[in-house]
Write a protein that binds this ligand. Structure first.
Ligand SMILES: Nc1ncnc2c1ncn2[C@@H]1O[C@H](COP(=O)(O)OP(=O)(O)OP(=O)(O)O)[C@@H](O)[C@H]1O
Ligand SMILES: [Mg+2]
Length: 265
Protein backbone atom coordinates (compact mmCIF):
# COMPACT_ATOMS: atom_id res chain seq x y z
CA UNK A 1 0.00 0.00 0.00
CA UNK A 2 2.56 2.58 -1.05
CA UNK A 3 1.29 5.96 -2.25
CA UNK A 4 3.07 7.82 -5.01
CA UNK A 5 3.54 10.82 -2.74
CA UNK A 6 4.54 8.76 0.32
CA UNK A 7 6.69 10.73 2.75
CA UNK A 8 9.67 9.44 4.64
CA UNK A 9 8.65 8.43 8.17
CA UNK A 10 12.01 7.31 9.47
CA UNK A 11 15.50 8.11 8.35
CA UNK A 12 18.41 6.55 10.20
CA UNK A 13 21.91 7.58 9.21
CA UNK A 14 25.12 6.01 10.39
CA UNK A 15 23.67 5.29 13.82
CA UNK A 16 26.10 4.01 16.42
CA UNK A 17 25.22 3.01 19.98
CA UNK A 18 26.90 1.48 23.01
CA UNK A 19 25.80 -0.48 25.98
CA UNK A 20 28.09 -0.37 29.01
CA UNK A 21 30.73 1.23 26.78
CA UNK A 22 30.60 -1.69 24.35
CA UNK A 23 29.72 -0.70 20.78
CA UNK A 24 26.70 -2.69 19.59
CA UNK A 25 25.34 -0.62 16.70
CA UNK A 26 28.16 0.28 14.35
CA UNK A 27 26.56 2.42 11.66
CA UNK A 28 22.96 1.57 10.86
CA UNK A 29 21.35 3.18 7.82
CA UNK A 30 17.66 2.80 7.08
CA UNK A 31 14.95 4.76 5.27
CA UNK A 32 11.30 3.94 5.83
CA UNK A 33 8.47 5.59 3.94
CA UNK A 34 4.75 5.69 4.61
CA UNK A 35 2.97 2.52 3.58
CA UNK A 36 6.08 0.36 3.67
CA UNK A 37 6.72 -2.83 5.56
CA UNK A 38 10.37 -3.51 6.34
CA UNK A 39 11.68 -6.74 7.77
CA UNK A 40 14.95 -7.00 9.65
CA UNK A 41 16.59 -10.39 9.94
CA UNK A 42 19.98 -11.48 11.19
CA UNK A 43 21.81 -13.77 13.56
CA UNK A 44 21.28 -13.83 17.31
CA UNK A 45 23.19 -10.99 18.89
CA UNK A 46 23.58 -8.98 15.66
CA UNK A 47 21.87 -5.93 17.20
CA UNK A 48 18.23 -6.12 16.06
CA UNK A 49 16.64 -5.67 19.48
CA UNK A 50 19.22 -3.05 20.35
CA UNK A 51 18.25 -1.10 17.25
CA UNK A 52 14.54 -1.29 18.13
CA UNK A 53 15.21 -0.17 21.69
CA UNK A 54 17.39 2.71 20.56
CA UNK A 55 14.54 3.84 18.29
CA UNK A 56 12.15 3.72 21.25
CA UNK A 57 14.65 5.60 23.42
CA UNK A 58 15.57 2.92 25.93
CA UNK A 59 17.79 4.65 28.52
CA UNK A 60 20.31 1.80 28.83
CA UNK A 61 21.70 2.48 25.37
CA UNK A 62 24.01 5.38 24.65
CA UNK A 63 23.84 6.77 21.16
CA UNK A 64 27.37 7.71 20.18
CA UNK A 65 26.84 8.96 16.64
CA UNK A 66 24.61 9.34 13.63
CA UNK A 67 21.02 10.51 13.46
CA UNK A 68 17.45 9.36 13.65
CA UNK A 69 14.91 11.60 11.96
CA UNK A 70 11.28 10.66 12.53
CA UNK A 71 8.67 12.64 10.61
CA UNK A 72 11.19 15.40 10.10
CA UNK A 73 12.07 15.66 13.80
CA UNK A 74 15.37 14.74 15.45
CA UNK A 75 14.25 11.79 17.52
CA UNK A 76 17.42 11.69 19.59
CA UNK A 77 16.30 14.88 21.34
CA UNK A 78 13.01 13.30 22.42
CA UNK A 79 12.30 11.39 25.60
CA UNK A 80 10.95 7.83 25.28
CA UNK A 81 7.41 8.82 26.32
CA UNK A 82 7.33 11.58 23.73
CA UNK A 83 8.49 9.15 21.07
CA UNK A 84 5.65 6.81 22.00
CA UNK A 85 3.10 9.61 22.05
CA UNK A 86 4.22 10.82 18.66
CA UNK A 87 3.40 7.43 17.19
CA UNK A 88 6.35 5.07 17.63
CA UNK A 89 5.24 1.77 19.00
CA UNK A 90 7.58 -1.02 20.06
CA UNK A 91 6.22 -4.49 20.68
CA UNK A 92 8.87 -6.09 22.85
CA UNK A 93 10.57 -9.40 22.26
CA UNK A 94 9.94 -10.06 25.96
CA UNK A 95 6.85 -8.12 27.08
CA UNK A 96 6.88 -6.88 30.68
CA UNK A 97 4.67 -8.29 33.39
CA UNK A 98 3.21 -5.77 35.80
CA UNK A 99 1.48 -7.48 38.72
CA UNK A 100 -1.26 -5.41 40.34
CA UNK A 101 -2.03 -3.29 37.26
CA UNK A 102 -4.96 -4.62 35.29
CA UNK A 103 -4.51 -4.97 31.60
CA UNK A 104 -7.63 -2.85 31.02
CA UNK A 105 -6.38 -0.03 33.23
CA UNK A 106 -2.94 -0.11 31.64
CA UNK A 107 -4.43 0.10 28.16
CA UNK A 108 -6.77 2.93 29.14
CA UNK A 109 -3.99 4.99 30.71
CA UNK A 110 -1.85 4.51 27.59
CA UNK A 111 -4.78 5.37 25.33
CA UNK A 112 -5.72 8.48 27.29
CA UNK A 113 -2.14 9.72 27.42
CA UNK A 114 -2.17 9.67 23.64
CA UNK A 115 -5.58 11.38 23.44
CA UNK A 116 -4.27 14.13 25.70
CA UNK A 117 -1.10 14.53 23.66
CA UNK A 118 -3.22 14.90 20.52
CA UNK A 119 -5.48 17.44 22.24
CA UNK A 120 -8.42 15.02 22.17
CA UNK A 121 -10.80 14.13 24.94
CA UNK A 122 -9.82 11.41 27.41
CA UNK A 123 -12.38 8.67 27.74
CA UNK A 124 -13.90 7.04 30.80
CA UNK A 125 -13.87 3.38 31.79
CA UNK A 126 -17.21 2.61 30.17
CA UNK A 127 -16.42 4.20 26.83
CA UNK A 128 -13.04 2.57 26.90
CA UNK A 129 -14.51 -0.88 27.48
CA UNK A 130 -16.59 -0.49 24.32
CA UNK A 131 -13.60 0.65 22.33
CA UNK A 132 -11.37 -2.14 23.56
CA UNK A 133 -14.04 -4.72 22.87
CA UNK A 134 -14.00 -3.80 19.18
CA UNK A 135 -10.26 -4.18 19.11
CA UNK A 136 -10.28 -7.55 20.90
CA UNK A 137 -11.76 -8.97 17.76
CA UNK A 138 -8.64 -8.09 15.76
CA UNK A 139 -6.52 -10.37 17.96
CA UNK A 140 -9.31 -12.83 18.81
CA UNK A 141 -8.66 -12.35 22.49
CA UNK A 142 -10.96 -13.37 25.30
CA UNK A 143 -12.26 -10.31 27.23
CA UNK A 144 -11.28 -12.09 30.46
CA UNK A 145 -7.68 -11.09 29.72
CA UNK A 146 -8.58 -7.45 30.29
CA UNK A 147 -9.29 -8.04 33.97
CA UNK A 148 -6.01 -9.82 34.65
CA UNK A 149 -2.78 -8.13 35.72
CA UNK A 150 -0.77 -6.91 32.75
CA UNK A 151 0.86 -9.94 31.14
CA UNK A 152 1.12 -11.71 34.51
CA UNK A 153 0.85 -15.42 33.91
CA UNK A 154 0.04 -14.81 30.22
CA UNK A 155 1.49 -17.49 28.00
CA UNK A 156 4.14 -16.38 25.52
CA UNK A 157 1.59 -16.29 22.71
CA UNK A 158 -0.98 -14.43 24.81
CA UNK A 159 1.58 -11.74 25.60
CA UNK A 160 2.28 -11.25 21.92
CA UNK A 161 -1.41 -10.93 21.12
CA UNK A 162 -1.72 -8.44 23.93
CA UNK A 163 1.04 -6.37 22.31
CA UNK A 164 -0.97 -6.27 19.10
CA UNK A 165 -4.05 -5.26 21.08
CA UNK A 166 -2.07 -2.32 22.48
CA UNK A 167 -0.98 -1.48 18.99
CA UNK A 168 -4.58 -1.60 17.74
CA UNK A 169 -5.59 0.91 20.39
CA UNK A 170 -2.67 3.26 19.92
CA UNK A 171 -2.69 3.23 16.09
CA UNK A 172 1.02 4.01 15.72
CA UNK A 173 2.64 5.68 12.71
CA UNK A 174 5.64 3.42 13.04
CA UNK A 175 5.10 -0.03 14.52
CA UNK A 176 8.23 -1.94 15.49
CA UNK A 177 7.60 -5.60 16.15
CA UNK A 178 10.49 -7.41 17.74
CA UNK A 179 10.06 -11.14 17.15
CA UNK A 180 6.36 -10.90 17.69
CA UNK A 181 6.17 -14.28 15.98
CA UNK A 182 8.44 -16.19 18.31
CA UNK A 183 6.60 -18.70 20.44
CA UNK A 184 3.38 -18.42 18.49
CA UNK A 185 1.52 -21.46 17.31
CA UNK A 186 0.37 -21.43 13.73
CA UNK A 187 -3.11 -20.02 14.47
CA UNK A 188 -1.74 -17.31 16.73
CA UNK A 189 0.83 -16.45 14.08
CA UNK A 190 -1.95 -15.91 11.58
CA UNK A 191 -3.98 -13.87 14.03
CA UNK A 192 -1.05 -11.65 14.93
CA UNK A 193 -0.05 -11.22 11.29
CA UNK A 194 -3.64 -10.43 10.30
CA UNK A 195 -3.76 -7.91 13.11
CA UNK A 196 -0.64 -6.20 11.81
CA UNK A 197 -1.99 -6.24 8.26
CA UNK A 198 -5.37 -4.86 9.31
CA UNK A 199 -3.68 -2.02 11.14
CA UNK A 200 -1.44 -1.09 8.21
CA UNK A 201 -2.45 2.05 6.33
CA UNK A 202 -0.91 4.03 3.45
CA UNK A 203 0.20 6.59 6.05
CA UNK A 204 1.89 4.26 8.51
CA UNK A 205 4.79 1.86 8.33
CA UNK A 206 6.07 -1.17 10.14
CA UNK A 207 9.42 -2.63 10.98
CA UNK A 208 9.20 -6.35 11.59
CA UNK A 209 12.11 -8.13 13.24
CA UNK A 210 11.97 -11.85 12.71
CA UNK A 211 14.05 -14.98 12.34
CA UNK A 212 11.50 -16.77 10.27
CA UNK A 213 10.60 -16.46 6.66
CA UNK A 214 7.27 -18.01 7.68
CA UNK A 215 6.01 -14.78 9.25
CA UNK A 216 6.80 -12.98 6.01
CA UNK A 217 4.36 -15.23 4.17
CA UNK A 218 1.67 -13.53 6.21
CA UNK A 219 3.09 -10.04 6.60
CA UNK A 220 4.51 -9.29 3.20
CA UNK A 221 7.55 -7.05 3.44
CA UNK A 222 8.44 -4.50 0.78
CA UNK A 223 12.05 -4.62 1.92
CA UNK A 224 14.15 -7.15 3.80
CA UNK A 225 17.34 -6.08 5.56
CA UNK A 226 19.99 -8.22 7.14
CA UNK A 227 21.76 -7.02 10.24
CA UNK A 228 25.24 -8.29 10.89
CA UNK A 229 27.43 -7.14 13.75
CA UNK A 230 25.60 -3.88 14.29
CA UNK A 231 25.09 -2.87 10.65
CA UNK A 232 22.60 -3.56 7.91
CA UNK A 233 24.92 -5.24 5.47
CA UNK A 234 22.49 -6.11 2.72
CA UNK A 235 18.93 -5.29 1.72
CA UNK A 236 16.55 -6.64 -0.85
CA UNK A 237 12.97 -7.68 -1.43
CA UNK A 238 11.07 -10.62 -0.12
CA UNK A 239 13.33 -13.00 -2.03
CA UNK A 240 16.20 -12.13 0.30
CA UNK A 241 14.31 -13.77 3.16
CA UNK A 242 13.92 -16.90 1.08
CA UNK A 243 17.59 -16.86 0.21
CA UNK A 244 18.51 -16.65 3.89
CA UNK A 245 16.18 -19.49 4.73
CA UNK A 246 17.86 -21.50 2.05
CA UNK A 247 21.52 -20.65 2.64
CA UNK A 248 21.65 -19.74 6.32
CA UNK A 249 23.70 -16.82 7.52
CA UNK A 250 27.18 -18.15 6.78
CA UNK A 251 27.40 -16.63 3.32
CA UNK A 252 27.11 -13.24 4.99
CA UNK A 253 30.55 -13.53 6.58
CA UNK A 254 32.18 -12.85 3.25
CA UNK A 255 29.76 -10.07 2.42
CA UNK A 256 30.53 -8.46 5.75
CA UNK A 257 34.24 -8.38 4.91
CA UNK A 258 33.42 -6.32 1.83
CA UNK A 259 31.21 -3.99 3.84
CA UNK A 260 33.98 -3.50 6.38
CA UNK A 261 36.37 -2.50 3.62
CA UNK A 262 33.79 -0.02 2.29
CA UNK A 263 33.18 1.63 5.65
CA UNK A 264 36.86 1.51 6.45
CA UNK A 265 36.34 -0.41 9.70
N1 LIG B 1 22.78 -4.90 28.79
C1 LIG B 1 23.71 -5.47 28.02
N2 LIG B 1 24.96 -5.66 28.47
C2 LIG B 1 25.91 -6.21 27.67
N3 LIG B 1 25.69 -6.59 26.41
C3 LIG B 1 24.47 -6.41 25.92
C4 LIG B 1 23.41 -5.85 26.68
N4 LIG B 1 22.31 -5.79 25.91
C5 LIG B 1 22.66 -6.32 24.72
N5 LIG B 1 23.94 -6.70 24.74
C6 LIG B 1 24.67 -7.37 23.63
O1 LIG B 1 24.39 -6.69 22.43
C7 LIG B 1 24.41 -7.63 21.35
C8 LIG B 1 23.18 -7.42 20.50
O2 LIG B 1 22.04 -7.85 21.21
P1 LIG B 1 20.57 -7.77 20.62
O3 LIG B 1 19.64 -8.16 21.71
O4 LIG B 1 20.38 -6.44 20.01
O5 LIG B 1 20.62 -8.88 19.49
P2 LIG B 1 19.46 -9.45 18.56
O6 LIG B 1 19.93 -9.25 17.16
O7 LIG B 1 18.16 -8.87 18.94
O8 LIG B 1 19.51 -10.99 18.90
P3 LIG B 1 18.32 -12.10 18.98
O9 LIG B 1 18.11 -12.55 17.57
O10 LIG B 1 18.93 -13.19 19.81
O11 LIG B 1 17.12 -11.47 19.61
C9 LIG B 1 24.52 -9.01 21.97
O12 LIG B 1 25.83 -9.47 21.85
C10 LIG B 1 24.15 -8.77 23.41
O13 LIG B 1 24.80 -9.67 24.30
MG1 LIG C 1 16.44 -9.64 19.73
Amino acid sequence: MIRKDAQTILSVKNLTANINDTPILKGVNLEVKEGEVHAIMGRNGSGKSTFSKVLAGHPAYEVTGGEIIYKGVNLLEKEPDERALSGIFLAFQYPLEIPGVSNLEFLRVAYNAKQKYLGLEEIDVFEFEDLVEDKLDIVKMDPAFLQRSLNEGFSGGEKKRNEILQMALLEPSLAILDETDSGLDIDALRIVANGVNQLATPYTASLVITHYQRLLDYIEPDFVHVMYDGRIITSGGKELALELEDKGYDFLDELNQKVLVEVGG
